[in-house]
Design a protein around this ligand. Structure first.
Ligand SMILES: Nc1nc2c(ncn2[C@@H]2O[C@H](COP(=O)(O)OP(=O)(O)OP(=O)(O)O)[C@@H](O)[C@H]2O)c(=O)[nH]1
Ligand SMILES: [Mg+2]
Length: 533
């Protein structure tokens, strides 16, 4: 296969939504229908745990929510799929937003009973800004749902995107029986399977098929036919160009937990979603066909596999071909490094990979100098600046209650900081050695404490700090200038990990007051040099 063909068959996408809409459930079902697992939940069922392939962390199993994104690579129908399941909770949105830099399209999952929820809306905006095409899955049609026409209307009204229904739900709630494929004008009526572990048996037929008609009661049949006529009347056609330019989102209905509509989503998505395309960086266009290998690190994760206890840097390949053992330029250190330990990823399972192409996400092990955002390339002129930063809004001290475990505590915390699980700040002129942690949301503290304990055997104790706002000072601010600032009561000066000076404020009011009393010192919500160009 030529490189061009390899690129064309790659599909790299994320599943996004508000918490609990069913992303992880849908991920699992895509694996089932994609032939990557034989039995939904099987990877972990073997170990007698009720969990999914993509929620593999202890804490995720315990809380039933995703706290970290997961990469799953598999082959299906000639495609090489790189699927990324993301956490929905806003406290973990930094992780989700980083993933959005690494994908070419997304599947947005909506709980059909709830419609568009706040976090979905935010993620949608990010996709739109980045020019990422969006496919929509209206999930949980097996529960009392909103009127499907209303759901389409909501997409157009709330998100301002055209909605094109690819299939249509037949009945809802306990009467939900399947979907109508508007492309080929066929009913797909499914049977439920126990726990949705196996593919749902399906009968397929046209509107005149007596078997199909016999399975539907008069009310459901007539309602569906009426709605379908209305849709026909509206006269929209599938328009690939409108989807790729984010003007329209194709909408699929179904139920992930019952496996209804999953196959149609998978096939429709693969056929119409984009292969990897060029990226523009600093005015230069880097096409995937560019002979130079290039990619960037969008995520770092340690201890994925308790048997290995190492850290993986996740790289999105953007151009050229990756070969195991190749030597590349590493942007942060400006050094040449040899990439020997490379893996393809499937949840927390990994397998050595010898080559990879644009669109692929690979895991590199054993490079302590790699950080989030770093570019790896054979052409040092290529430099990606993709990774977004977030402004922390929650601050806490993290104490080590057990001095005998100082080494584990420190080592664990350093690792988690490097992963970007949380940020650390250092108070200026302070004798306190206790780390001050800064998070986008408080659940991040819980993750740090849990992982310190379970992965490093280090207990910890949180103590709330009195600030709620952090602002960066101009990076060239001198120590003397810092001394000369007039700080409102309760505010403190500190440094971030990059030694950039920041001010911590108790509240917005105090932040504004600083602005008035220090008119020549502009504040910024993010470190100045990393603000996206
Ligand atoms: N009735 C019904 N329940 C569903 C369906 N799909 C998922 N669920 C349930 O919804 C709950 C949340 O599902 P998840 O897949 O964990 O949701 P998520 O979007 O991954 O959640 P986060 O990752 O924490 O944001 C679980 O209890 C699922 O069993 C569906 O089609 N119908
Ligand atoms: Mg999840």
């Amino acid at each position: 296969m030529s490189i061009a063909e390899e690129i064309q068959r790659r599909r790299t996408f994320a599943i996004i939504s508000h918490p609990d809409a069913g992303k992880t459930t849908l991920t699992e079902k895509l694996l089932l229908y994609g032939g990557a697992v034989q039995l939904a939940g099987s990877v972990t069922a073997r170990k007698n745990q009720r969990a999914t392939t993509s929620d593999w962390m202890e804490l995720e199993k315990k809380r039933g929510i995703s706290i970290s994104s997961t990469v799953l690579q598999f082959d299906y129908d000639g495609y090489r799929i790189n699927l990324l399941d993301t956490p929905g909770h806003k406290d973990f949105s930094e992780d989700t937003y980083r993933v959005l830099t690494a994908v070419d399209s997304v599947v947005m999952v909506i709980d059909s009973a709830k419609g568009i929820e706040p976090q979905t809306r935010k993620l949608f905006e990010v996709c739109r800004q980045r020019g990422v095409p969006i496919f929509t899955f209206m999930n949980k049609c097996d529960r009392p749902m909103k009127n499907p026409l209303e759901l389409l209307d909501e997409l157009e009204r709330v998100l301002g995107i055209g909605a094109f229904p690819v299939n249509w739900p037949i009945g809802d709630g306990i009467d939900f029986q399947g979907v109508y494929d508007r492309q080929v004008k066929q009913f797909h009526l499914f049977d439920r399977t126990v726990g949705g572990k196996y593919r749902a048996p399906v009968s397929v037929g046209g509107i005149d098929d007596p078997e199909i008609r016999g399975r539907l009661n008069d009310q459901t049949f007539h309602k569906t036919v009426e709605e379908l006529e209305m849709l026909e009347h509206a006269g929209h056609e599938w328009d690939d160009a409108a989807v790729l330019s984010e003007k329209t989102t194709p909408v699929f209905f179904g139920s992930a937990s019952n496996n209804f509509g999953v196959q149609l989503l998978l096939d429709g998505f693969l056929k119409h979603s984009p292969a990897p395309k060029s990226r523009v960086m600093g005015g230069i266009e880097i096409a995937p066909e560019n002979p130079a290998f290039s990619g960037f690190i969008f995520k770092i994760q340690a201890n994925m596999d308790p048997r290995h206890r190492d850290r993986i840097a996740f790289v999105r390949v953007c151009s050229g071909k990756f070969d195991r053992d190749m030597t590349v330029h590493h942007s942060r250190s400006e050094k040449k490094v040899r990439l020997s330990s490379s893996h393809k990823l499937f949840g927390n399972e990994r397998e050595t990979v010898d080559e990879a192409f644009p669109g692929d996400v690979i895991g590199l092990v054993g490079h302590d100098s790699f950080g989030i955002g770093d570019t790896l390339t054979t052409d040092p002129k290529i430099l990606y600046k993709e990774i977004p930063r977030f402004t922390p809004e929650a601050f806490s001290y993290l104490h080590n209650p057990n001095t005998g475990k100082y080494k584990q505590f420190r080592q664990g915390l350093d690792q988690l900081l490097q992963e970007g699980v949380i940020q650390a700040l250092y108070l200026r002129n302070s004798s306190i050695k206790t780390p001050l942690l800064a998070a986008v949301g408080p659940l991040q503290f819980e993750v740090v404490q849990f992982r310190l304990e379970s992965e490093y055997g280090a207990a910890s104790r949180l103590e709330a700090a009195p600030w709620t706002v952090v602002r960066w000072l101009p990076p060239d601010t001198k120590e003397d200038d810092l001394d000369a600032l007039s700080l409102p009561t309760g505010a403190r000066l500190a440094y971030d990990v990059g030694k950039n000076p920041v001010v911590l404020f108790q509240n917005e009011w105090s932040t504004n007051y600083f602005g008035e009393t220090n008119k020549n010192t502009p504040l910024s919500a993010l470190p100045v040099q990393t603000v996206k160009e």
